[in-house]
Design a protein around this ligand. Structure first.
Ligand SMILES: [Zn+2]
Length: 458
């Protein structure tokens, strides 16, 4: 089974501070917002962001279209000039990716998915997302969370001479388990942080001439979509609703001096047209984890203990010696490192693990959609064949099919690929469980347990 995981997580666990109360009470005057506790210097935020940005650009397809880049730069710069943006060296780039999301790295590099440009109703909504991201940077939420994580070696590392060492700041952080992967401390924020980013973002929009209410409207729209189980709205898992999002933003607007909102460039329709017409971009070569050279089958074999995977719209358990890799934000790969083989074409072959994805209904008929998917997967994977007809079963009490496939294992010999399709409103979620054929007896129990623990929707 071939697939290209990246370190940037897909739908990831909400790092929601369970005790954080939503900011519901009306504040008579503007709340003062300042960065919280932080062990990093501002310069270290900037250094870290630059290093991560280089990594992101190696792993994600950054759109080279000059007109789009000029436009997002214009919009972003207008927002970045607001005093609240705190003069970080912001950059604005577009990533070719259908999911609706955007993210900012500490110190200012900001990336917006093409899916978000297509989902927004107007330029102000995109500006709202950028203003929200800029606020996370200015309030230093990423490094604030890393600072609060009580990593004992962190203060010494940040103060030490090691900083110039090979691998840089992010290389050191990786040793502490901090990176851009699933559950990244740097990219997933608490509800308090979300509320603050909404409020500061509203002020930044106001100053740049964009109506802040559009930020609230866009989040509301995404919320409605993700409520319907649309995984593409993973913006909501990265930026969870702090509660009463729209109301809080409206309160904030009432504290602002009245003004005309004339910030839009007037180019947004054209931007959406160009975005729609972009040629399909693949992930850059070499996008897989550096160590994806494959290990021994025994190292990859699922252990008998399990961890929880939680994403927007999906929960399940997985073997505790496996890891979660995002791969394009609508899909997730859960696999042991020893089961990943990096090919020369930059793609990664998965010898052991599970790939999870979703597909919109093509025919309106679940059984036919399943057949079409089997055909598509067979075409994408040379030498793959169907070894058993789809068997109807139930997963999380939903209609599902289990289909047995077989293909070549990167270890040599054959592998089994269990395709499990589960009917969802408007389409399906599907899983491909992969193991070397001769190791299936060691994998079967774990695969069954994963399937049994799948919970879809909310
Ligand atoms: Zn946010």
């Amino acid at each position: 089974m071939r697939f290209t995981p990246t370190k940037r997580a897909a739908s990831a666990v909400l790092l929601a501070a369970a005790l954080a109360l939503p900011c519901a009470a009306a504040a008579p005057k503007q709340k003062t917002l300042k960065p919280g506790f932080n062990l990093f210097s501002k310069e270290q935020d900037v250094q870290m962001g630059a290093e991560y940005a280089a990594q992101v650009e190696r792993e994600l397809p950054v759109v080279p279209n000059a007109e789009l880049n000029k436009w997002i730069h214009t919009v972003g710069e207008k927002l970045a000039r607001a005093p609240e943006a705190d003069k970080y060296p912001y950059t604005f780039k577009i990533v070719y990716e259908q999911s609706i999301n955007a993210f900012a790295l500490p110190g200012g590099p900001t990336f917006t998915h093409t899916g978000l440009l297509l989902a927004a109703d107007n330029e102000s909504q995109v500006a709202g997302v950028l203003a929200h991201e800029i606020s996370h940077v200015a309030l230093r939420h990423g490094t604030n969370q890393a600072s609060k994580a009580q990593l004992l070696q962190l203060p010494a590392m940040l103060g030490g001479e090691l900083l110039g060492a090979r691998g840089g700041l992010t290389g050191m952080l990786a040793q502490l388990g901090i990176g851009l992967g699933a559950n990244s401390l740097i990219l997933k924020f608490s509800r308090n942080a979300e509320s603050d980013a909404d409020v500061l973002g509203s002020r930044i929009m106001h100053q740049a001439g964009y109506n802040p209410i559009e930020m609230a409207r866009f989040f509301e729209k995404l919320e409605a979509e993700s409520g319907k189980g649309n995984w593409l709205t993973n913006m909501m898992s990265d930026h969870p609703n702090p509660g009463n999002r729209q109301k809080r933003i409206q309160q904030e607007i009432q504290l602002m001096p009245a003004r005309q909102y004339n910030g839009e460039t007037g180019d947004f329709k054209r931007v959406q047209q160009i975005t729609k017409g972009l040629p399909k971009m693949e992930k850059p070569k070499g996008a897989a984890p550096g160590s994806a050279t494959g290990g021994k089958v025994e190292e990859a074999r699922p252990q008998n203990s399990f961890k929880d995977f939680k994403a927007q719209g999906l929960q399940m358990q997985y073997p505790s010696n496996w890891e979660v890799f995002g791969g394009g934000s609508a899909s997730v790969t859960i696999a042991p490192r020893a089961g990943l083989f990096q090919g020369q074409d930059g793609q990664t072959a998965i010898g052991y693990g599970v790939v999870i994805n979703q597909a919109k209904s093509q025919s309106g008929d679940f059984q036919r959609d399943t057949q079409a998917l089997i055909q598509q997967i067979s075409q994408e994977n040379q030498g793959m064949r169907v070894t058993g007809n789809p068997r109807e079963q139930r997963v999380d009490n939903k209609r599902a099919y289990l289909t047995m496939l077989s293909s070549k294992s990167p270890w040599g010999g054959n592998e089994v690929d269990w395709l499990v399709t589960v009917e969802m409103q408007g389409g399906m979620v599907y899983f491909v469980f992969i193991a070397p054929e001769q190791d299936l007896n060691n994998a079967r129990g774990a695969f069954e347990k994963m399937i049994q623990t799948v919970r879809l929707g909310q």
